[in-house]
Design a protein around this ligand. Sequence first.
Ligand code: ADP
Ligand code: TPP
Ligand code: MG
Length: 343
Amino acid sequence: MAKFRESDLIRQWQTRVPIPRPDTVVGIGDDAAVLEPQSGGRLLVSTDMMVENVHFSLGWMTIREVGFKAVSAAVSDIAAMGGEPRHILASVGIPASARLEDANALYDGIGEACRLYGLDMVGGDTVASPAGWVIDMVVLGLATNQVLTRGGGRPGDVVAVTGYLGGAAAGLDWLRGGGQAVVTTPDERWVLLDMHRRPLAQVEAGRILAQSGATACDDVTDGLAAELRALCQASGYGCFIESQRIPTHPAVRNYALRRGKSPVDWALFGGDDYQLVCCIPPTRFAAAQAGCMAAGVMLTVIGRVTEDPALLWRSPSGVVEELPEGGFDHFAEEGEEHGHGVG
Ligand SMILES: Nc1ncnc2c1ncn2[C@@H]1O[C@H](COP(=O)(O)OP(=O)(O)O)[C@@H](O)[C@H]1O
Ligand SMILES: Cc1ncc(C[n+]2csc(CCOP(=O)(O)OP(=O)(O)O)c2C)c(N)n1
Ligand SMILES: [Mg+2]
């Protein structure tokens, strides 16, 4: 006897997601969703997959937190384009060990995030997975301002980031057990774990950046170094980064100090932060920063775009050199999954 049926599951899940938006003509329940086309904007579409023991471990995250994080990670790609997320589809592979409560808890997390981002869940697919959980999200969004691609940065633009970087990697380090012998205060731990388990997509900041003349943007999923490389490769220009300007949270710095690790390395190579890194003409920066501050988001200059295509930085030891390569790579060799300097 099956523990639950696909159709019952979907019916139960439907009660956990928000009621349909007015631009949803047909949502969950038919062969395809039907959406009202939007005039005066551009449609943004992105997909993002999370796999158990690659993107998360149920050893230290609840399946509800996984659902929330999967939506945030997917929405983050729409934020990085300066768009407004509107609709989402979720394809889920459920392992044999899962109970009905687990499947519903996943959707409690997905539903919570959908409400937070104003998303309408309009479909998906549900299958059995012989291995672990697999969660793939397709997000549709609308860009009514300029679209922020990766390749628009121009020499002289400042390079800026939202929020703090390196927190998700610090949290992962603690959760993996590496730092649990290290003295931390409960509030420090809370910051680290929250940054790892409950990232928030920077939708409002992306919209403000698009409105205030940013030229390029990317979200920090694989680490700042990898995203800077992606921005520079796309534009054909380079950058100069000041390591001491990279914003790391005081709790992350304290933990790194006691752990004998570098918070800047976590920011550069850790990934999973879901903050935005962007390029903005210097004359537009103050307005962009004020707009972000009014929305409760810190925007920090970390460097500038250069004509020379090299990626350079002033390292923590004060030496100007090439920005080290690295970052999260799914196909990296064992032991170097976090690239240079982290692990
Ligand atoms: N299997 C695939 N088939 C087609 N396009 C893909 C595939 N995987 C990734 N891409 C595309 O490659 C680009 C870079 O992907 P990725 O580095 O994963 O971006 P992001 O960090 O924003 O998720 C994106 O435009 C993405 O849509
Ligand atoms: C159990 C576990 N191991 C490692 C990590 C770290 N990690 C997994 S995926 C990832 C990067 C983001 O994933 P990816 O699929 O490359 O996102 P994309 O760039 O496509 O948005 C990171 C930092 C984690 N979060 N959990
Ligand atoms: Mg991807």
